[in-house]
Design a protein around this ligand. Structure first.
Ligand SMILES: Nc1nc2c(c(=O)[nH]1)N[C@H]1C(S)=C(S)[C@@H](COP(=O)(O)OP(=O)(O)OC[C@H]3O[C@@H](n4cnc5c(=O)[nH]c(N)nc54)[C@H](O)[C@@H]3O)O[C@H]1N2
Ligand SMILES: Nc1nc2c(c(=O)[nH]1)N[C@H]1C(S)=C(S)[C@@H](COP(=O)(O)OP(=O)(O)OC[C@H]3O[C@@H](n4cnc5c(=O)[nH]c(N)nc54)[C@H](O)[C@@H]3O)O[C@H]1N2
Ligand SMILES: [Mo]
Length: 772
């Protein structure tokens, strides 16, 4: 038996706070995962499902994009992966009766936790203009409705197609083909809010927007930075890799405003020895000021150059700098040096909030290492100056030749399990010309070249009445996007909004004038089409592509797969007798729907690196896509070399009486899906409306630990409010605060984005506190 869904929203008055943990411990983690699995799935289904996670012929865990080893543990899952699986494989159902019982007005009063906990969507549903309730609709009718709306557009750019990163390669490929066939590149995705800054900085400097290391590199590195990342919660399997690296002698430096439990110390449940002894993972913890990472890396660059001048060396080299690498494989060193010379140590210390001694000690760590890796996630990508920060990370690595050698490189740790694959498949508003040429050749049409909207541009266009049709391939656009109130109004401006979803969320409630919910299969479920059971493929954070096959009976017999939904719609639009577009892709949509191997053949033809695609996914563990810098120190940049760049030092200046707020994830959530009410490692229980603040700041601002406050964000003379948060005194540098997303997205201004990448600055929101 599984437990019933909750009847009430989270009662924040029940919130309690305890001392934060100093380590991630395996046993409570496994117990917690089992508790949630049993609640959602009952005992039999729990065992059946959890044993298939990340097994060679099982499904790819949708918990995160961390890679798997070819040799796997019997139970290759982590607590949070198990929770992600339980959420999807739940026995709870959201049926037409549910929608008849609950009006939109009623559902809008429910929180993210309540909505998500109701279970899986079972039927296509339609919300008519002015209606108070969703009503069931047949699939054919739903496809007709969408096709009619799309055919009626004055221009294809009046349609926007969002993608979240769980979508398989096959679904993403047919989706982008549909969108380009329609004549637009309006393909915003969750990546725009996530690792876009990594892509921007890496494409420019090393010629490819993907990480350059493998698991083996990580396990054999001599120095690993983990910067702006909380793997104990968000990538728990990464802790096992870090543990192995440590056993092999690596030094780990954690760079974070918060002392994140899992990173500091880890007790691995996968082997008994680990449970007893545990591993001290972090050697040096740099408690950095929010947005201080560029200063840190510039400081490290300066330190290496000073050591070079002093005649010192990197192990295995005669000098500190790898001159042969720099001469043969890079350009722009002088630009970089010119900018570094201007930077003063005082500014570096002020901007980073670290002491000079800490930076020097870290510089010594670099001098002692012949193979350094920098790992990062949202703490580095969601600031205004994230792209220059990441360019400076690359600069420091290039100095010692740390790209394209074993045990060294860049490691942006991706979020959604296939967010990297979706991008490979062309989910991007500005794909390169070479891609368009090959797509056009394969499908005998001309795809549009004008760049489309990214997430923020899409919201602006909807706000300004330029968009009539919105479709979300997964995800929860209104809650994940910044400036929640603006985004809700923007969506309300569309004539039809369509969500392809597994679970109920607020994007089904803040809709266009009319709305559709199209329920779809999840990763855990058997995907049976006319030619038999189908597999899909995904690409992990280290560019390995492999197959994923669900085994469970689908949550309802009325679900269509993502691929089927796209192909059915495309067929209606392009080949169903009334195609109005002279220039549409020549694709056998229904045949692709019936047999995904046909989609993989097209993928093979359009992209390099997918040769023998079908054969190579038979191989357990799949295959690794080419990565020129990693494989051969080749750089597909304008000059054919890796680029050093000169970057002005930027950091966040906090006005007096204000704090810089980062919006982050608790241990019991997956982005906008809230699994539970606890953030165990940080000592928060039973609620989510907390703001973590340094003790001295609390006093100086005239408050006390435990006080209730409103958060008011200030941006270009406008205020935004989020009410009723409890102050929790917490270890974080002065001036820095933290609260959970998505409750605080209302505070993130739409126009506050990272330079170049356009990513909302979710980790640097200037706020003041007001007594509640
Ligand atoms: N269980 C679970 N797993 C997930 C997710 C989830 O929600 N739940 N989400 C998935 C997704 S889509 C993503 S993108 C990843 C996100 O993975 P993370 O990036 O780990 O997620 P966040 O919670 O946003 O944590 C950001 C971390 O950066 C730190 N930080 C904030 N500002 C700064 C800064 O200026 N400098 C430095 N050095 N550090 C800073 C924060 O203190 C925090 O430790 O996780 C993926 N995996
Ligand atoms: N303030 C703030 N905002 C942020 C962030 C932050 O750190 N702070 N992080 C940003 C980041 S890194 C990201 S990646 C985005 C996440 O943005 P999204 O990817 O849009 O959000 P999710 O919460 O992951 O989406 C959850 C929904 O996806 C649907 N879903 C789940 N599985 C499937 C599936 O297999 N198929 C389909 N079709 N649907 C499925 C379910 O209906 C579920 O409700 O949020 C961003 N927003
Ligand atoms: Mo993400």
């Amino acid at each position: 038996m599984h437990a019933k869904a909750p009847r009430e929203n989270i009662d924040e008055s029940k919130l309690t706070v305890s001392k934060p943990k100093t380590k991630a411990v395996g046993i409570p983690a496994v117990a917690n995962a089992l508790k949630i699995s049993l609640e959602q799935m009952g005992p039999l289904r729990s065992v059946q499902t959890l044993l298939a996670v990340n097994q060679l012929d099982g499904f790819d865990c949708m918990g995160c994009a961390w890679p798997e080893h070819e040799k796997r543990n019997a139970a290759e899952f982590c607590e949070n992966g198990a929770k992600a699986v339980a959420e999807e494989a739940t026995r709870r159902r959201v049926t037409p009766e549910f929608f008849a019982q609950h009006s939109i007005a009623d559902l809008k009063t429910r929180d993210d936790f309540w909505l998500g906990q109701q279970g899986r969507l079972t039927h296509p549903m339609f919300l008519d203009e002015g209606a108070t309730h969703y009503k069931p609709i047949g699939w054919d009718e739903a496809y007709d409705l969408m096709a009619e709306e799309l055919r009626g557009l004055e221009h294809p750019d009046q349609a926007v197609f969002y993608t979240s990163g769980r979508t398989s390669n096959e679904a993403a490929f047919v989706y982008q083909l549909l969108v380009r066939g329609l004549g637009t590149n309006n393909l915003p995705d969750c990546s725009n809010m996530c690792h876009e800054s990594s892509g921007s900085a890496l494409v420019e400097t090393i010629g490819i927007g993907k990480g350059s290391v493998s698991l083996t590199d990580l396990e054999t590195a001599s120095l690993i930075f983990v910067a702006g990342q909380n793997p104990g919660t968000n990538h728990p399997r990464m802790l096992s890799a870090l543990e192995k690296a440590k056993k092999n002698g690596a030094v780990i430096v954690s760079v974070n405003p918060l002392p994140e439990a899992g990173l500091l110390h880890f007790e691995n449940p996968q082997h008994v020895a680990g449970m007893i002894q545990g591993t001290q993972l972090t050697d040096d913890f740099l408690q950095i000021r929010a947005g201080g990472d560029q200063a840190l890396f510039q400081g490290l660059g300066k330190y290496l150059l000073e050591a070079e001048a002093a005649g010192r060396n990197t192990p295995g080299l005669e000098t500190v700098l790898d001159h042969s690498f720099i001469e043969n494989h890079t350009v722009g060193l002088n630009d970089y040096l010119r900018f570094l010379e201007k930077v003063e140590w005082d500014d570096i210390v002020e901007a980073s909030g670290l002491t000079l001694e800490q930076i020097q000690a870290t510089g010594e760590r670099m001098l002692a290492s012949n193979a350094t890796i920098v790992c990062w996630a949202m703490g580095l990508t969601q600031h205004k100056h994230s792209v220059p920060t990441l360019r400076d990370v690359v600069n420091v690595l290039l100095l010692q030749g740390n790209i394209g050698k074993p045990g060294a490189g860049v490691c942006p740790v991706r979020g959604h399990s296939n967010v990297q694959g979706d991008r490979t498949m062309g989910i991007f508003e500005k794909m390169p010309e070479t891609f368009h040429d090959r797509l056009d050749h394969e499908f005998e049409f001309r795809s549009p070249r004008e760049h489309g909207y990214d997430t923020v541009a899409a919201i602006r266009a909807m706000r300004d009445g330029k968009v009539r049709f919105f479709m979300g391939m997964g995800g929860n656009f209104v809650r994940a996007a910044p400036d929640s109130d603006v985004t809700e109004l923007a969506l309300a401006n569309t004539r039809l909004s369509v969500q392809i979803s597994t679970k109920l969320n607020h994007s089904h409630l803040s809709t266009g004038r009319r709305a559709l919910i199209l329920p779809t299969l999840g990763r855990t479920e058997k995907d049976t089409q006319r030619t038999g059971d189908q597999r899909v493929t995904v690409e992990d954070s280290m560019s390995a592509v492999h197959a994923s096959r669900g085994r469970l009976k689908p949550a309802s017999e009325h679900l269509h797969s993502e691929v089927a939904i796209v192909c059915n719609l495309a067929h209606r639009l392009f080949t169903d007798g009334h195609s109005r577009l002279p220039n549409t892709p020549q694709a056998a949509w229904l045949a692709m729907r019936d047999d995904y191997t046909l989609i993989r053949k097209h993928i093979e033809a359009v992209f390099d690196g997918f040769e023998d695609f079908e054969a190579r996914i038979q191989h357990p563990g799949g295959f690794v896509l080419p990565h020129p810098p990693r494989d051969a120190r080749k750089f597909d940049t304008a000059s054919g070399k890796a680029h050093f760049t000169g970057n002005e030092l930027e950091f966040i200046k906090i006005p007096p009486g204000r704090l810089v707020l980062q919006t982050l994830r608790s241990h019991d959530q997956y982005n906008t899906t809230i699994y539970g009410k606890d953030d165990r490692y940080r000592g928060i229980h039973g609620g989510r409306r907390v703001v973590l603040i340094n003790a001295e700041d609390i006093t100086e601002l005239g408050f006390a630990d435990g006080d209730m406050v409103h958060l008011i964000s200030e941006f270009q003379g406008t205020d935004r409010r989020a009410e009723n948060f409890r102050i929790v005194s917490y270890s974080t540098p002065k001036g820095c605060a933290a609260a959970y997303y998505p409750e605080t997205n209302v505070l993130v201004p739409l126009d506050s984005v990272a330079d170049t990448s356009g990513t909302p600055t979710s980790k640097s929101v200037i706020v003041r506190l007001e007594k509640a």
